[in-house]
Design a protein around this ligand. Structure first.
Ligand code: ADP
Ligand code: ZN
Ligand code: MG
Length: 474
């Protein structure tokens, strides 16, 4: 039987605010030494009260607008109770009953075509602290407690790891471009809910929730592993699938049961009476809309003005790493349209051969611009440029050194080209005769023979020019 994956994401994003969500301590980027960015409120001292940070509401609304959500006019906070050493109050302030945004959607362009992912809700909450394990001791760093987060809950609409990565990259691009979050490492974390079902079925299977993935790559590996585990469990009855929370282990690439899935009742949620309901009226909403950075639109327009196609623009916007690479390559003096094609056609092709995605691309703007410049100046032909590119992406080669070591530099080679032409002319007397007697096509055969001899390393224009000259003198 064929199975399809069904995936839903709960994505946490740290907001780029100057201060924490309920006190005046600096936000997440302000933190320095452990416990240097704390106060009685975010350390949960008795009697301290939360004070809402207005900017958090504004950034959460902006995120909701970007994800086409309904923005709630009335939104409230709840306490989620559980005990863990990184949670000083033994409850987390979050939103259960009246989240700030609901019913959104995100369009994705994938290799299988257009896909739409529905967003169930976005809610605001505070982050927990960090436990740092040292030998047999565990230290607690409260710098991160009460750093503002939004949690974006998707519907179970994803059908592959590829879709998940495109979605995460698109969120990252949008949030960075609009100043909601820089989404640096650790500032965007997601819990992945995975189930499988027979292809064509519209029922949902038993799901497991995976936590603890430190990178997009780990998310991809975790999804692939977990979906296969589900399929094996169903097909071969290797184990019974239960709804539970699992931890992904980066070293082994496997998931391990952590705990049974908690239910809402386990957390004994109740409204937080210390925080007033927030009313977002039309006037405030209009003000937030008006002040929203147009960064994404601007970026799209800039790409459009540079002559980049709509399909390529969509790929760039959905792959944040790649659009940054393009911008940096352009900063180094390369043409935007040409560089976009190097990235989205040549790099993507090399990645595909290695069964990787654009989000896995690892090449610096210095390396890429060096290759593009070698080709644009005619020092290296396009084909050799691609060879160098593959070596950089696959083996981490240095472009200039690789070019030299492999004799791909066509400029220094005119003597080699001339020798090759001599050899080809000697070995192809018939073609030379044909050419001389007026068969223009025969020259193409000679040119082809030169290319074969040179293994495509030399600049084709130079070969043509030297060959023409030589044939004139026969
Ligand atoms: P809970 O209240 O248990 O957290 P939610 O309804 O909020 O459950 O869903 C949590 C996440 O799990 C959502 O992102 C949702 O899309 C996803 N999800 C729910 N059911 C499934 C399923 N059968 N397979 C995959 N993902 C699922
Ligand atoms: Zn504080
Ligand atoms: Mg939930």
């Amino acid at each position: 039987m064929r199975y399809e994956m069904v995936i839903g994401l709960e994505t946490h994003v740290e907001l780029d605010t100057k201060s924490k969500i309920f006190c005046s301590c600096g936000g997440h980027s302000a933190a320095g030494d452990p416990n240097s960015c704390v106060c009685p409120a975010c350390c949960g001292m008795p009697g301290m009260l939360p004070v809402m940070n207005k900017r958090v509401v504004e950034l959460a609304v902006m995120a909701g607008l970007l994800l086409n959500c309904d923005i709630s006019k009335y939104t409230t906070f709840d306490k989620k109770n559980y005990y863990y050493p990184d949670l000083p109050c033994a409850y987390q302030i979050t939103q259960l009953n009246h989240p700030i945004c609901t019913n959104g959607c995100v369009d994705l362009k994938t290799s299988e075509g257009e896909r739409q992912i529905h967003i169930k809700q976005i809610h605001m909450e505070e982050d927990a602290g960090k436990l740092v394990h040292v030998g047999k001791f565990s230290n607690i760093d409260f710098n991160r407690t009460s750093v503002p987060l939004i949690e974006i809950v998707s519907q179970p609409d994803f059908r592959s790891a590829e879709e998940v990565l495109i979605y995460l990259n698109k969120l990252k691009s949008m949030f960075r471009a609009s100043g909601i979050s820089e989404c640096e490492e650790g500032a965007m974390r997601c819990d992945v809910n995975v189930s499988v079902r027979p292809e064509g079925s519209d029922e949902l299977g038993v799901r497991t929730e995976i936590k603890n993935m430190s990178s997009f790559e780990a998310i991809e590996r975790a999804i692939r592993f977990e979906a296969q585990r589900h399929i094996d469990a169903i097909e071969f009855e290797t184990e019974e699938l239960v709804q539970e929370t699992r931890r992904f282990d980066d070293a082994t690439g496997k998931t391990f049961a952590m705990r049974n899935k908690e239910t809402e009742a386990d957390y004994r949620y109740f409204p937080d009476a210390n925080l007033m309901p927030i009313i977002i009226d039309d006037e405030w909403l209009a003000e937030i809309k008006a002040n929203m950075p147009k960064a994404i639109d601007e970026k799209e327009n800039m790409y459009r003005d540079a002559g980049i196609s709509e399909k390529e623009i969509e790929m760039l916007i959905s792959n944040h790493n790649v659009s940054v690479l393009l911008d940096e390559t352009v900063e180094r003096g390369c043409d935007a349209k040409g560089a976009a094609s190097w990235i989205l056609t040549d790099c993507a092709g090399i990645l595909r051969k290695n069964e990787k995605l654009l989000s896995d691309l690892e090449i610096t703007a210095d390396e890429l611009s060096a290759i593009i410049k070698m080709v644009d100046s005619g020092d290296v032909n396009r084909q050799s440029g691609r060879k160098i590119l593959a070596a950089v992406i696959e083996e981490g080669a240095d472009p200039v050194a690789y070019c030299k070591e492999n004799g791909l530099d066509s400029k220094v080679d005119t003597s080699v080209i001339e020798e090759t032409i001599e050899k080809v002319i000697e070995e192809n007397a018939k073609a030379v005769e044909d050419f001389k007697s007026g068969k223009v096509k025969a020259k193409q055969a000679l040119f082809g023979a030169c290319m074969r001899e040179l293994k495509g390393t030399a600049n084709t224009d130079v070969i043509r020019e030297l060959l023409d000259k030589r044939l004139e003198n026969i």
